[in-house]
Design a protein. Structure first.
Ligand code: MN
Length: 130
């Protein structure tokens, strides 16, 4: 079973994302702050991290930079959850080291397939010798 860590401070967004992931067969870890998310990421090394960008305290960009600058966690796949209309969120997410982004509110019909695709793409990238 693949594990997804969701870092999201909005309770309704969290519930929706977790519901879709659990129905789709993922084990889900939840954090509502960047600091808590970092500690769960280090402890469980999830297959995917879904990172809200606007979080109280350490925001999602800072948390992503922390993950990507630590040899123990830099290979984790981090996908930003960005506000739909905010194009700057997407460029900021990629600049901080995110491997991709998904817009909020999530599209319930396609969300699980996108998650599956990100995890599969990360596994393929791991197999390429460098
Ligand atoms: Mn937020």
């Amino acid at each position: 079973m693949k594990t997804v860590l969701v870092i999201e401070d909005n309770r309704l967004n969290m519930e929706l994302v977790v519901d879709v992931l659990e129905v789709s067969g993922y084990k889900v870890l939840r954090a509502s702050s960047g600091e808590n998310g970092l500690s769960l990421a280090r402890r469980y090394l999830p297959d995917l991290v879904l990172m809200d960008l606007s979080l109280p305290g350490m925001d999602g960009l800072a948390a992503t930079r922390a993950l990507k600058s630590d040899p123990a966690t830099r290979k984790l796949t981090v996908i930003a959850l960005t506000a739909h209309a905010m194009r700057s969120d997407q460029t900021n997410a990629l600049a901080a080291g995110c491997d991709g982004y998904l817009s909020k509110p999530i599209d319930v019909k396609t969300f699980a397939a996108r998650i599956e695709w990100f995890i599969a793409a990360a596994a393929l990238a791991d197999e390429v010798p460098n």
